[in-house]
Design a protein around this ligand. Structure first.
Ligand code: PRP
Ligand code: URA
Length: 209
């Protein structure tokens, strides 16, 4: 079964407390989503391979560590996943970026696909799927299935808030995928919203409500 990593860091907890508040402005919400994504990326890339290289400092030759040229890709789930892209790209600027457009049908809560554009060589890359909210898990499950259909075998999921229901769904459907989340909340309400959560992440990032 995939691992669930819940960030338990004072900076992340503090930032989360601000974006959960209903009166936080769109500007601040967007900035903090990006900052949390950056801090989480630091953790989610902890096991990337490094290799020895010899360089010259102003004083001497030194053997130092560098990333071992692993090919990376990030795939935000539209729309809300876009809010995490800048924060992640700041730390891994050479990653390619794919996009998967999914929205959740408000009646059935099932994901509906409307866009998919992935790097041609996605199958050779380590992929980080980004979406602030893991609620029923339907959207992330579908996105990971698309990516696997393109030959990718190394996928991690990064969320800001996850519900137990979504975690269970991903762990059952994709047991090879590790989940990184800033918080694991209590449950879903009758409309599939995470409680206590932060509301509709897409609307709060883009100011559409
Ligand atoms: C939200 C969120 C996830 C999905 C989570 O997107 O960003 O993609 O819901 O719910 P699930 O785990 O039950 O599938 P939404 O469908 O509201 O679309 P948006 O990003 O365009 O606002
Ligand atoms: N999508 C959101 O944006 N928020 C939730 O709580 C659940 C799904």
């Amino acid at each position: 079964m995939g691992q669930l990593y819940v960030m338990n860091h004072p900076l992340i907890l503090h930032k989360l407390s601000i974006i959960r508040e209903k009166d936080t402005s769109v500007k601040e919400f967007r900035e903090i989503i990006s900052e949390i994504a950056s801090l989480m990326c630091y953790e989610a890339t902890r096991d990337l391979p490094v290799e020895d290289v010899v360089i010259e400092t102003p004083l001497a030759k030194a053997t130092v560590k560098r990333l071992a040229g692993k090919k990376l890709a990030i795939v935000p789930i539209l729309r809300a996943g876009l809010g995490m892209v800048d924060g992640v790209i700041e730390l891994i600027p050479n990653a390619k970026i794919g996009h998967i457009g999914l929205y959740r049908d408000p009646e059935t809560l099932m994901p509906v696909e409307y866009y998919c554009k992935l790097p041609n060589d996605i199958g050779e890359r380590d992929v980080f799927v980004l979406d602030p909210m893991l609620a029923t898990g339907g959207s992330a499950e579908a996105a990971i299935t698309f990516i696997k259909q393109r030959g990718c075998r190394s996928i991690r999921l990064m969320n800001i808030i996850a519900a137990p229901e979504g975690v269970k769904k991903i762990q059952e459907a994709h047991p090879d995928v590790d989940i990184y989340t800033a918080a694991l909340d209590d449950c879903l309400n009758d409309h599939g919203y995470i409680v206590p959560g932060l509301g509709d992440a897409g609307d709060r990032i883009f100011g559409t409500k």
